[in-house]
Ligand binder design. Structure first.
Ligand code: ZN
Length: 445
C-alpha cells in the first residue's frame, strides 16, 4: 500500500464544507472529503510549523522530540526516527516536495526542496503550481519504482501574507477595500507590533473583510493546484492502493482573538486542524471520528495500515483503525499544548475546557491565564479564568502531573522552559524596532 500525505499550511478547518464552511473556497478538497474518514476534533498540539511537522512525522510529543520552537536553537536527536525513514528502511520509496529541510529532509530518499519563493511579483507569492508540478514529477517517479511509495507534499498558499494571483484575488470580494467609510481595520492599524508588515501588503486597506477574502482566495488557488494531483491519482489507478492524508499543521487567526493574519495563540482556530483520511478504495467513506484525536495518532495509524504495527513502539498516539468502523470511545482525556512563535505559551485541552498559560508577556497584551468552556463558547471569546478558579486549579494540577510524568519518562528537559522564543531570538531587529518586512513572512512558518 502507498501513502500520500498532503499538508496545507495554515488551512483552517472551518474553510472546508465537511466542517461547516460558510464560503466554500476549496471545492476540490470538499469533493475529495466525501470519500474520506473525517476527523472532527483533530488537535495539532505543538505549533508552529516545525514542531508540528516533527510531531506528526515522529509520532512523539514535545517532551520526547524536544522541538518546541522554530529556528535553529535545537536540532532533532538523530535517535528519534521519523515515519518516512522508518518506511524507507522497511522497503518503501520515500519522497517529499517541501522546504522545511533540517531533519525532515534526510528522512526521505528523494527530497525536492522547491527554491526560495519568487517575490518579485512575476509569480504567485506561494506558488502551489510549483508544488504540484514537482509533486507530479515525483509521483511519476514513484509509480515507476517497483517499491510502494510514501510521498509528502507541502502546500503553503494560505500562509500570510495573503497574496493570491488573479482571478482568485477578487473572487470573494467585490467592494472597495480602501473605502474611507470603512473602519474594521482600525484595530489592526492601531496595534503596534506588525503594522509595518501589514503595511507592505495591505497599505490603505480599511475593510477587514477584504483580508479574510484574500485568505480564502489563497485557499482557492491552492485547491485548484491540488485538483491536478487528485486527478493524476485517479488517472494512474492509484486510488485503490493508496492511503491519502490531507491535513493542516495548524490553522490561522484572522480577526478572531485580536491576533491578526497569522498563527499566534493556542486557540482552536490554530490547534484544531482539518484532517481527512482517504483509505484505499474509499473504505469507510463518510465516516466521522468524533472524539478528540491528535496528529500524534497519524503515524501509528499509517504503520497499522501498512502492516507494520511493531514499528510503532514508543509512539505517543493511538492507531485510529477501530474508530473507522464506528468505535466511539474517547481516545484521551486531555492534550498538552505548546506554542513558541512570537510568544511562548502552554495549554491543556480537555473535551470541555481549554487552559492557556503565558510563560512570558503576551505581545498582544492578553492576560497571562485564559480559560475557555469549549461546549458553550467554541469561539473562545469569554475568558473564565477569574470566575472559575477551581477549574483553573484542577486543570493546572492535571497538566502539571502530565508534565512531571513525561519529564520522568523521557529524562529530558522541559523544552518550553529551556528554549527561548526562537522567532524573537532569530529576528531581533524586528522586535527591537518593531519593524516588519517581507522577509519576516518567509521565516514565520
Ligand atoms: Zn505551518
Amino acid at each position: 500500500m502507498n501513502v500520500l500525505w498532503i499538508v496545507v499550511d495554515c488551512l483552517r478547518r472551518d474553510r472546508l464544507s465537511c466542517y461547516g464552511a460558510r464560503r466554500r473556497p476549496a471545492p476540490h478538497l470538499d469533493r475529495f472529503a466525501r470519500d474520506c474518514v473525517v476527523l472532527d476534533q483533530m488537535v495539532s498540539p505543538h505549533i508552529p510549523t516545525q514542531p508540528a511537522h516533527t510531531t506528526f512525522f515522529s509520532g512523539r510529543d514535545v517532551f520526547d522530540h524536544q522541538i518546541v520552537a522554530q529556528g535553529g536553537l535545537q536540532e532533532l536527536d538523530p535517535g528519534v526516527p521519523l515515519l518516512p525513514s522508518l518506511l524507507r528502511d522497511a522497503g518503501w520509496f520515500t519522497g517529499a516536495v517541501d522546504n522545511i529541510g533540517r531533519w525532515i529532509q534526510p528522512a526521505f530518499e528523494r527530497y525536492d526542496p522547491y527554491p526560495r519563493w519568487n517575490h518579485d511579483g512575476s509569480l504567485p507569492w506561494r506558488n502551489g503550481e510549483e508544488v504540484t508540478a514537482r509533486g507530479l514529477t515525483l509521483l511519476r517517479e514513484a509509480v515507476q519504482d517497483p517499491r510502494p511509495f510514501f510521498l509528502f507534499l507541502h502546500y503553503w498558499d494560505p500562509h500570510t501574507p495573503y497574496l493570491p494571483p488573479p482571478p482568485f484575488d477578487r473572487m470573494y470580494y467585490a467592494g472597495d477595500e480602501r473605502s474611507p467609510g470603512a473602519t474594521s481595520m482600525d484595530p489592526v492599524w492601531n496595534s503596534p507590533w506588525f503594522a509595518n508588515y501589514f503595511r507592505e501588503w495591505l497599505d490603505g486597506v480599511r475593510d477587514i473583510e477584504y483580508v479574510k477574502a484574500q485568505y480564502d482566495a489563497s485557499i482557492a488557488y491552492g485547491d485548484a493546484c491540488m485538483a491536478r494531483v487528485f486527478h493524476a491519482l485517479a488517472q494512474w489507478n492509484l486510488l485503490d492502493d493508496t492511503l491519502i492524508i490531507v491535513q493542516a499543521d495548524h490553522g490561522e487567526e484572522l480577526d478572531d482573538h485580536g491576533c491578526w493574519f497569522d498563527h499566534h495563540g493556542l486557540y482552536d482556530t490554530n490547534v484544531l486542524v482539518p484532517a481527512l483520511l482517504r483509505l484505499p478504495g474509499a473504505q469507510h467513506a463518510g465516516a466521522r471520528i468524533a472524539p478528540m484525536t491528535s496528529v500524534l495518532d497519524l503515524a501509528p495509524t499509517v504503520l497499522q495500515a501498512l502492516g507494520l504495527p511493531d514499528r510503532a513502539i514508543g509512539l505517543a498516539g493511538t492507531a485510529l483503525q477501530p474508530w473507522f468502523g464506528g468505535q466511539t470511545a474517547p481516545l484521551r482525556e486531555a492534550l498538552y499544548l505548546t506554542e513558541c512563535t512570537w510568544m511562548r505559551k502552554r495549554g491543556w485541552r480537555t473535551g470541555e475546557w481549554k487552559l492557556i498559560e503565558a510563560l512570558e508577556p503576551d505581545i498582544y497584551g492578553k492576560p497571562a491565564l485564559e480559560l475557555y468552556h469549549l461546549p458553550s463558547d467554541p469561539g473562545e471569546c469569554r475568558n473564565r479564568a477569574l470566575d472559575a478558579p477551581e477549574v483553573v486549579h484542577r486543570l493546572q494540577a492535571a497538566r502539571d502531573a502530565h508534565i512531571a510524568r513525561r519529564l520522568e519518562a523521557t529524562g529530558r528537559p522541559d523544552p518550553i522552559l529551556v528554549q527561548a522564543d526562537a522567532l524573537r531570538t532569530w529576528q531581533p531587529r524586528f522586535i527591537a524596532g518593531r519593524q516588519g518586512g517581507t522577509e519576516r513572512s518567509s521565516v514565520q512558518q
